[in-house]
Design a binder for this molecule. Structure first.
Ligand SMILES: Nc1ncnc2c1ncn2[C@@H]1O[C@H](COP(=O)(O)OP(=O)(O)O)[C@@H](O)[C@H]1O
Ligand SMILES: [Mg+2]
Length: 265
């Protein structure tokens, strides 16, 4: 069986991944804050948008307007795709109290995403950052189950290629915030910063990739206007010197505000 590949929007990353992400699977981008996780996810969505696909960007901590406005600084006009009805950007807030109160509400979470994406007819979904979902949670097991179910439901009910991001604390060697999201996704990409001769260099490494040959090389990359993430040589080469539909309406129509705080731009 040939697994169908989906371009990440970054040509060299596609090659490293053996042709891109596998269609319909879930991937995790981890790294400390400011390393470029959100930009990578926007580039992945933009690739789909430029091909006329419908895509969803779900913000779990930042205001979604801020994300779309921020993309403008890179020369990416995501607002135009929003106006064309191709991009569904919205915020879903979930707090640890909700996790406890509603118990297994991962199904409701997915139903919310389906509703907010006009029936789930999207080919790419980004949840950014998934770590916000479990912020302050007391029971790690519950969070793990929750995230596992969300990934399962996303793959089964929507079938989109999904990218999750996870913030990891500064200086941590763990791949993800709780140390388990990585086991629940088809692949993990770790972004970072390294000091090379007194200069901070951005790094990217593919830590795990199911059904693909592993290329464990640490690559360098830059963030450039219009192009976004542009891959560079391996780190070793450098080191060796060389908004606005009505929020209120959407929230009250089907009673979602009882469960989630959902906000389109
Ligand atoms: N217009 C831009 N041009 C170049 N670099 C940018 C631009 N906008 C943001 N950046 C860089 O991108 C980084 C933030 O990326 P982001 O994807 O928001 O990180 P994360 O989601 O991992 O916290 C910052 O370090 C900043 O230097
Ligand atoms: Mg981010």
């Amino acid at each position: 069986m040939v697994l169908e590949r989906v371009s990440t929007g970054i040509p060299k990353l596609d090659r490293i991944l053996g042709g891109g992400f596998i269609r319909g699977k879930t991937y995790l981008i981890t790294g400390e804050t400011g390393v470029g996780k959100t930009i990578l996810t926007l580039q992945f969505l933009l690739e789909g948008l430029r091909n006329g696909e419908r895509v969803a960007y779900v913000s779990l901590d930042e205001r979604v307007q801020g994300v779309l406005d921020g993309a403008l600084t890179l020369g990416w006009d995501l607002w135009s795709y929003y106006r064309m009805g191709l991009l569904y950007p919205f915020e879903i807030r979930i707090f640890s109290e909700d996790l406890r109160k509603y118990g297994k509400s991962s199904r409701a979470y997915i139903d919310t995403i389906i509703k907010m994406t006009n029936g789930g007819h999207v080919s790419r979904i980004v949840l950014d950052p998934i770590s916000a979902m479990a912020f302050g949670a007391l029971e790690e097991f519950a969070v793990r189950e929750y995230i596992r179910e969300i990934i399962l439901f996303l793959e089964e009910k929507i079938g989109a290629t999904t990218v999750l991001t996870c913030d990891i604390p500064s200086g941590s060697t763990r791949l993800s915030r709780f140390g388990y999201e990585e086991f629940l996704s088809s692949g993990v990409i770790v972004l970072g910063l390294r000091n090379v001769g007194g200069r901070l260099v951005r790094t990217l490494m593919v830590r795990k990739m199911r059904w693909s040959p592993a290329d464990m090389t640490v690559y360098t990359f830059e963030i450039m206007s219009k192009r976004g993430i542009v891959m560079g040589p391996p780190l070793s080469a450098l080191e060796s010197g060389q908004q606005p539909f009505s929020v209120q309406q959407e929230q009250t129509e089907e009673g979602y505000p009882d469960e989630f705080d959902v906000r389109p731009p």
